[in-house]
Design a protein around this ligand. Sequence first.
Ligand code: ATP
Length: 235
Amino acid sequence: MLKLEGVSTFYGNIQALKSVSLTVEEGEIITLIGANGAGKSTTLMSISGIYPPRHGSIVFEGKPIERLAPDEIVKLGVIQVPEGRHIFPGLTVQENLDMGALLRRDRPEIARDLDYVFDLFPILKSRRNQAGGTLSGGEQQMLAISRALMARPRLLLLDEPSLGLAPLIVQQIFEIIKMINRESRTTIFLVEQNANLALKVAHRGYVMETGTITMADTASRLLANEDVRSAYLGV
Ligand code: ATP
């Protein structure tokens, strides 16, 4: 579904990604794990066109996208949930969700998707008229994921959904990530510092160090790998 080949991305003179190559197959959850500053967020932002690569190619469903503008990439169904949520704080929950469906014209399907996200996160239904900025951190993460789902993603890019949230809420959000993948067959690219949780929900994983992919394997093999365990799982 998605193929990155030799992707190098720079911030001015600083090279954040050094010839990154990876693939995402339709229907799977893949995770990219790595330490602070490894280049995980930059990988997602290169895919979504926010920081396009200087070198290399990104092909989504057979179409090169590395030179497309972010809105054109969104129209293809590649939807990012950014690190730190970035919901619209002054808009209500309902209005935030409406923003997710902004580019769609299929009204009946939008209504169906709204019911679906309210089923996934009933708390959002009861808070639908509350300003997004007054929600708790966990609720804002739920809203950010739901807003992305309202765009009907083919590929959902999730950047650190666990960041700053209580363990119980994180568990709940990861259960729902699995459910979204299973029930709506949405392909998910999950970036996480919480390697343990990420590898437990993912089918395959990549490890990134200072802008380079250093390991690629099934999630279960990475979970059992001694190097991964000592570097990222704290065991
Ligand atoms: P974290 O888990 O802490 O978010 P990350 O793996 O997502 O880290 P990136 O945010 O992709 O890492 O950062 C990769 C490198 O690029 C880091 O050295 C970072 O300082 C640098 N970087 C990121 N964003 C910018 C920017 N806007 N301008 C300059 N350098 C940046």
